[in-house]
Design a binder for this molecule. Structure first.
Ligand SMILES: CC(C)(COP(=O)(O)OP(=O)(O)OC[C@H]1O[C@@H](n2cnc3c(N)ncnc32)[C@H](O)[C@@H]1OP(=O)(O)O)[C@@H](O)C(=O)NCCC(=O)NCCS
Length: 171
């Protein structure tokens, strides 16, 4: 098996959605991803798959967010991620995160947020965001909000509210 992480191709969307449906066991995240895709600011480069040949094993989507505090800073957030149950614990999830971070770096983003899986993401260098003075503008459960600093120098200097796009607020 040779797994690569790459941008989702047109025609693969329904497979990505099926992976999300299976991973989360419900429609919410499928609908969230769909609503994020429909935004004008949607960046297809931040919609990535893990593939083994023609088979798609996993999917992740990063959304654009904004940090508003002493300064206003464009940022990104891991919005949804899923790996097929039969392909888990092979490092696919970790690679979807690491590759996604590099894509964010490629579009000059410094901070990447996440609202779930803090223990898993800590392995890749994410850290708790609340103690750094960064809080989301929607109800993320206590301790679940984390951040990765691609610049290596932003954290501790940037604080404020992380504004997520409309679909997180039911619009
Ligand atoms: C989370 C998920 C994407 C990880 O995919 P994966 O390809 O198995 O990830 P990796 O192989 O890189 O890492 C697996 C490790 O993460 C751990 N892990 C998985 N889910 C976890 C969780 N909720 N909390 C903490 N650790 C978790 C596994 O126990 C495993 O640990 P090990 O290496 O010590 O055995 C996958 O389990 C999944 O699709 N889960 C359902 C959907 C979900 O929770 N998505 C994330 C919300 S943004």
């Amino acid at each position: 098996m040779e797994i690569i992480i790459r941008g989702e191709k047109s025609g693969e969307r329904s497979t990505s959605e099926e992976i999300l449906r299976q991973a989360y066991g419900r429609e919410n995240e499928v609908q969230l991803a769909s609503a994020l895709r429909a935004l004008a600011e949607f960046n297809p480069n931040l919609s990535i798959v893990a593939a083994n040949g023609s088979e798609i094993l996993g999917y992740a989507l990063y959304a654009r967010v904004m940090v508003s505090g002493s300064t206003v800073l464009p940022a990104a957030a891991l919005a949804v991620m899923g790996v097929r149950p039969e392909n888990r614990k092979l490092g696919v999830g970790e690679r979807l995160v690491r590759h996604g971070l590099e894509r964010c770096r490629g579009i000059k983003i410094d901070l990447v947020f996440a609202s779930a899986l803090p223990a898993f993401l800590a392995r890749m260098g994410f850290q708790a965001a609340a103690p750094l003075g960064l809080k989301p503008d929607w109800a993320v459960p206590e301790g679940e909000f984390s951040v990765f600093d691609l610049s290596g120098s932003r954290l501790g200097k940037v604080s404020g509210t992380v504004t997520y796009p409309g679909p997180y607020h039911g619009s």
